[in-house]
Ligand binder design. Structure first.
Ligand code: FES
Length: 106
């Protein structure tokens, strides 16, 4: 497996309390800005692929806009039944105004 650091956005592209979708090599990834910290996780809901970045962000949980599945954005784990499914989560690195994520390609 290979690690890759990918530039995904400027810090100002994701205002506090909001989310944004970026696409890396065809992979939709959600960025969320909570309490001064940026998080990155898979944007495709594990139910039917709903766009999590278009859902509702409250503290560290995101609720899918399609049918309400809810995930912890720090771990990617679902926190309503079926508990334990997860979307990928990605390490975020901020350097100055530049936001990178680390992706592990198989
Ligand atoms: S697609 Fe997300 S809850 Fe159904």
């Amino acid at each position: 497996m290979a690690h890759e650091r990918v530039y995904v956005a400027a810090v100002g592209d994701v205002p506090p309390g909001q989310m944004r979708c970026v696409v890396v090599d065809g992979l939709p990834i959600a960025l969320a800005h909570v309490d001064g910290v940026l998080y990155a996780f898979g944007d495709a809901c594990r139910h039917e692929g709903g766009p999590l970045s278009a859902g509702v962000l409250i503290d560290h949980t995101v609720t899918c806009p399609w049918h309400g599945w809810t995930y912890n954005i720090r771990t990617g784990k679902s926190i309503v039944p079926p508990v334990g499914l997860r979307v990928p989560s990605y390490p975020v690195i901020v350097e100055g105004d530049r936001v990178y994520i680390e992706i592990e390609w198989e």
